[in-house]
Design a protein around this ligand. Structure first.
Ligand code: PLP
Length: 378
């Protein structure tokens, strides 16, 4: 049976170039710290990847610290800044990924959580009040784009407020990288987290991109790798795959217009079948590939299972690590009612998504709606 994969925000398909780079790295022996030819070859692969990941976010290669993913990059940013004594409190938004929210809560320092508007965008007035009343120096950690709704955060304004109040600024750009053009000097951030598997690289590879002069505390001790911030022999194959994916993602940014049109087609199909469906954050700037919707009377559990049986891979707005459908803290922070939260489905598209994939979705969704006419709210 033909399947359509519409869950790029969970993980994207591995790009051929990434697979080839990993296979090439895996077929060679060499520790990037060794001085011999084999070691130098591994080092070259690592540094080539560093250049490509830097280019993805418009940064310099020296700014890239490789990690084992976005979660680790977020941990390193928050804990590293606090443990180094650079900041004495954290300011995060209510819609951050758990790797920011839970890390912040476990840091042992004051944490203030800034709410979002009903459109899923950080409330700038409250952010300003929080920063104005913060005693000491804060680290502001706000994501570039939300993973569930795709809502872009008002980055220029956030950066301006952080600067105005002398705060350090970190952004979880895991979902934005490779989908919107990121250019470091314009971003005016101190640290940025990215992840390999959201852009077609391998799972378990990521990076914290940070200002070269920022002396955060190490995350792992016991070796000089990655500016002494993350000790341990590097996973060269994963890093090489990440680099190859970053290069393709940078080159393919223009394709996001096509993806945007496909998302429009998908949302049109939803609205045509269920005119009372709610598309979250539809009124604000969103990632071109993401839609999160709910239809009164249809539960996410039912939708997920029925669509899966019809060949569609989508996720609930809030699939948690156990694979169960949990309650979305993002939608809750937007003030969405429990009934709609329980029906939220996210479809996220990417470079390999085709019109046929969207049509497959439209047919499956139509079938499902027809089967459930009785339970659908008027
Ligand atoms: N931040 C955001 C916004 C994410 O969507 C994710 C993954 O879902 C992460 C961080 C974690 O990244 P990784 O899976 O590479 O640890």
């Amino acid at each position: 049976m033909r399947r359509a994969y519409l869950d790029y925000n969970a993980t994207a398909p591995l790009r051929e170039a990434a697979r080839a780079a990993m296979m090439a790295a895996m077929s060679e022996t060499g520790n990037a710290s060794s001085v011999h030819a084999e070691g130098r070859a591994a080092r070259r692969r690592r540094e080539d990847a560093r250049e490509k990941v830097a280019a993805l976010v418009g940064a310099k290669p020296e700014m890239v610290v490789f990690t084992a993913g976005g979660t680790e990059a977020n941990n390193l940013a928050l804990k590293g800044a606090f443990r180094a004594g650079l900041v004495d409190g954290l300011v995060v938004s209510a819609i951050e990924h758990p790797s920011v929210l839970e890390t912040a809560a476990g840091c042992g320092c004051p944490v203030r959580v800034v709410p979002v508007t009903p459109d899923g965008v950080v409330d700038l007035a409250i952010l300003e009040t929080v920063l104005a009343t913060h005693a000491g120096r804060a680290l502001v950690s706000i994501m570039m784009a939300n993973n569930e709704t795709g809502a872009m955060q008002p980055w220029r304004e956030i950066a301006a407020l952080a600067r105005k109040y002398g705060a350090l600024l970190h952004s979880d750009a895991v979902q934005a990288a490779g989908r919107v053009r990121l250019a470091w000097p314009i971003l005016d951030a101190d640290m940025l987290s990215v992840s390999g598997h959201k852009i077609g690289g391998p799972q378990g590879a990521g990076a914290l991109v940070m200002r070269e002069d920022l002396a955060i505390a190490p995350h792992l001790d016991g070796g000089g790798q990655e500016r002494r911030l993350r000790a341990g022999t590097e996973n060269i194959a994963a890093i090489a795959g990440f680099g190859a994916a970053a290069a393709e993602a940078s080159a393919g940014l223009a394709d996001m217009e096509r993806v945007h049109a496909l998302r429009g087609r998908l949302e049109a199909a939803i609205v045509a079948q269920t005119p009372n469906a709610v598309i979250f954050a539809a009124g604000v700037d969103r990632l071109a590939n993401t839609t999160c919707f709910a239809c009164p009377g249809l539960s996410a559990q039912l939708l997920l299972m029925a669509l899966d049986l019809d060949g569609l891979a989508v996720s609930s707005g809030s699939a948690c690590a156990s694979g169960k459908v949990g309650r979305s803290h993002v939608l809750a922070a937007m003030g969405v009612g429990e009934a709609l939260i329980g029906g939220a489905i996210r479809a996220s598209l990417g470079w390999a998504t085709t019109e046929e994939d969207i049509d497959l979705f439209a047919i499956a969704y139509g079938r499902l709606v027809n089967r459930n006419r009785n339970t659908l709210a008027a």
